[in-house]
Design a protein around this ligand. Structure first.
Ligand code: ATP
Ligand code: MG
Length: 714
């Protein structure tokens, strides 16, 4: 026990050993919030105040949940399997699985990921004959999710004009369709669970009595509904212990509310607000940079972190000519670090947008450096994996139209678009699933679709009682998927991924604690939808870690590279349009990125970058200017030495430099009296008509007529 509490500083110790009351720990990055939370669970259990059964802990990712469980079992001799430690989504899923009937769901309900959701909305618009240009499907998904995250059903949504009226109608149709198919989207997991607890008094009382201690990590990123869910579960009796950092709130665009911190103080009459200010993660220079950056934000609860770790190394800054050049630099450094004995898993490569990873991956691959990407091209979101999962989903729940449509004609079995439209119309009329409606089809459509139905039926019979990995293997083989990819030119990769899916099923089974209510298949499919982006093929290899800054939250690494520090990329251009709040959120994201590093931090940017098929000319991020010069060492000399790049026009796959306009050319840095310094990104017209497009960074992208705008080359 004393071991448990050894090495905690006084405020940490106070937090861990708070008497059974509500507590809020408000503290900066790396100050030990997660450690305190985990140790508190261990302390509560080992002092006999509560059994493992009475704990509910919410973490930010499934990865974090696993780490917490592992840590716990090393701290206290208990069986941690089956403990309620997980993400909001994971915990709600578990509760709904256990009480599917009360929640009005089929036992085998499936989870729609965001791609599935988008597909369903598109399908609905088509069925309802709604113009998808006027009502863009992506925007509708956002509309639906935002309402659900506020706890608002279609029937309760506020209607203030005809346009919204229509969107609310689509929302209602979408809800009905999900119910018909027995599927739930991410936001629905939470809302459904919340409504269930609210409506069902005995159930609520049961869980309220059961969970004596509710602990929440990354509290700053909880949204309105999550907050309400916690409050409901806590009832009057449980003790809520929340840890968070307002400076790391990076999901406001998704409805997370920092106001929750203030609400917490009010709702729980929290008298125990503990601040932790010593940072144990980063060396002094890194922490000083983080502090200097976040100081520029106005909307803060305010705190300053310190460390006694010493200054450590300077922050290494590199300005590359191009994204390729940047990738070369990064990979070269990584190779050197590994040669010097740094463990590859202790090196993280961070970027603002997943699209940036391609160039880095390419270079890592070419130089034979093992790497692992979290997020981005997600294992469970790859086409071949989704196809295989769709077959498996149909075995569990034939009414799952999304899965049905994904594979009814994949591999092709001669089912045309006309037949499918027919089928959809019939299903719509009969108010039934596509699978059920198939029996009423006649003619050729009846035959081809009928054959598909028979295939699914026979797959179901053949796999009944088989262990999960064999079931997966059988489905991949007998559905025709394997054969399809064997004959495809670039199918090898996909076949390997399918093998990996069988492996994933096998590992899943070994980890028996993972199997929940509803059986192995349902649990496995749930994992696939909830863990998309967190699981990677080739786990266990000593690999460099690649991920977006969002995905890096809560993690730490010896060495961190923050790449693509360019205006418009990081801070992201979307944030510029949102004014001050947008920029502050980007800055918090930058703060998160910087504070992931323990010993060494690299920051880099490129002058040109290929993104979404276009070459962009970029200015260094304003965040770089916020790092005090004396903390940095510029490595530019190396750039000239390693780069064999003669001029801008050499980039962009055959991009020809347009003719000079008024003596200005693409890539040139210019100054404008009002907008400041910018880089010319394209030109058009000649003579009196000549216009140039300039990226002014913080002031955005502008088209300027050369005749009027005074631009001075700098
Ligand atoms: P973040 O805000 O990034 O989530 P955090 O506040 O949760 O950070 P932790 O991850 O819990 O911080 O801790 C950061 C690091 O500091 C971890 O490696 C942890 O083990 C270590 N640490 C925390 N407290 C102490 C301590 N008292 N003594 C030694 N190391 C500590
Ligand atoms: Mg943490």
């Amino acid at each position: 026990m004393s071991d448990l509490l050894a090495n905690l500083n006084p405020p940490q110790l106070q937090a861990v050993t708070l008497p059974p009351v509500h507590g809020l720990i408000l503290a900066g990055a790396g100050s030990g919030k997660t450690r305190v939370l985990t140790t508190r669970i261990a302390w509560l259990i080992s002092t006999g105040q509560v059994g493992p059964h009475g704990i509910l802990a919410v973490t930010f990712t499934n990865k974090a949940a696993k780490e917490m469980t592992a840590r716990l079992s090393s701290l206290v001799p208990i069986n941690v399997r089956g403990m309620w430690i997980g993400t909001f989504h994971g915990l709600c899923n578990r509760l709904l699985r256990a009480h599917y009937r009360e929640a009005g769901l089929p036992q085998t309900f499936q989870i729609l990921d965001s791609a599935d959701q988008l597909a369903m909305v598109k399908r609905l618009l088509k069925n309802l004959n709604i113009d998808d240009e006027k009502y863009p499907p992506r925007e509708l998904c956002h509309f639906i999710n935002a309402h659900k995250e506020q706890g608002v059903r279609a029937g309760q949504a506020e209607v203030y004009d005809n346009y919204t009226q229509k969107r609310v109608e689509i929302y209602a149709e979408y809800e009905a369709q999900c119910n018909r198919e027995g599927v739930v989207d991410f936001a629905e997991l939470l809302l459904r669970c919340y409504e269930l607890l609210q409506r069902n008094e005995p159930l609520r009382a049961h869980y309220q009595q059961r969970f004596r201690h509710i602990l929440v990590d990354e509290f700053q990123d909880t949204n309105v509904l999550q907050y309400a869910w916690l409050k409901l579960l806590a009832g009057g009796g449980a003790n809520v212990f929340a840890v968070g950092d307002d400076d790391q709130s990076i999901y406001r665009f998704r409805g997370a509310e920092v106001g929750n911190m203030r609400d917490f103080e009010r709702d729980y009459a929290a008298q125990n607000i503990i601040r932790l200010e010593q940072n144990y993660r980063s060396q002094g220079n890194i922490l000083a940079a983080a502090n200097a950056i976040i100081k520029n934000n106005r909307e803060r609860l305010g705190k300053n972190l310190w460390t006694d770790a010493g200054e450590g190394e300077p922050i290494r800054a590199f300005e590359a000519y191009s994204d390729l050049d940047e990738a070369r630099f990064v990979v070269e450094e990584i190779r050197e670090l590994v040669r010097d004995g740094v463990v590859p898993t202790q090196i993280a490569l961070l970027y603002r947008s997943n699209a940036q990873s391609r160039v880095l991956e390419n270079e890592l691959f070419t130089k034979n450096v093992p790497y692992k990407v979290y997020g981005g091209l997600r294992f469970f979101e790859r086409q071949e994996i989704k196809h295989a999962l769709a077959y498996l989903r149909l075995l569990g729940n034939p009414d799952d139209d999304t899965a049905f449509l994904r594979v009814v004609n994949f591999p092709t079995r001669g089912i045309g678009a006309r037949s499918l439209e027919n089928l959809q119309a019939t299903a719509h009329q009969m108010n039934s699933s596509l699978y059920n409606a198939a029996a009423s089809l006649t003619g050729k459509a009846g035959q081809t679709v009928g054959a598909f139905i028979r295939l699914i039926e026979s797959l179901r019979q053949e796999t009944e009682g088989l262990p999960l990995p064999e079931m997966v293997e059988h489905v991949i083989e007998k559905s025709g998927l394997a054969q399809h990819y064997r004959t495809e030119k670039e199918g090898q990769d996909r076949l390997e991924n399918l093998d990996e899916l069988i492996n994933a099923a096998a590992t899943f089974i070994d980890d028996e604690g993972a199997i929940g209510e509803g059986g192995a298949l349902v649990s496995f499919l749930t994992l696939a939808s909830l863990e998309a982006g967190e699981h990677q093929a080739g786990e266990g290899q000593e690999a460099v870690q690649l991920m977006s800054v969002h995905a890096a939250k809560g993690l730490e690494f010896d060495v961190v590279f923050i790449t693509g520090l360019e205006q418009g990329l990081f801070p992201h251009e979307n944030s510029v349009n949102e004014g001050k709040d947008g920029l502050e959120e980007e800055r918090r994201l930058m703060y998160v990125a910087v504070t992931r590093a323990r010993q060494r931090l690299y920051v880099s940017c490129a002058q040109t970058r290929m993104l979404h098929g276009q070459t962009r000319y970029c200015m260094p991020s304003s965040f770089l200017d916020e790092i005090p010069e004396n903390l940095m060492r510029k490595l530019n000399k190396k750039a000239e030495a390693t780069s064999a790049v003669p001029s801008f026009s050499a980039f962009g796959g055959g991009y020809a430099e347009p003719p000079a306009s008024g003596g200005l050319r693409i890539g040139q840095t210019v100054e404008h009296a009002k907008f400041g310094i910018g880089v010319i990104v394209s030109t058009e017209g000649r003579g009196a008509d000549a216009r140039v497009q300039v990226n002014f960074g913080g002031s955005g992208m502008k088209w300027l007529a050369l005749e009027y705008a005074k631009l001075t080359p700098v």
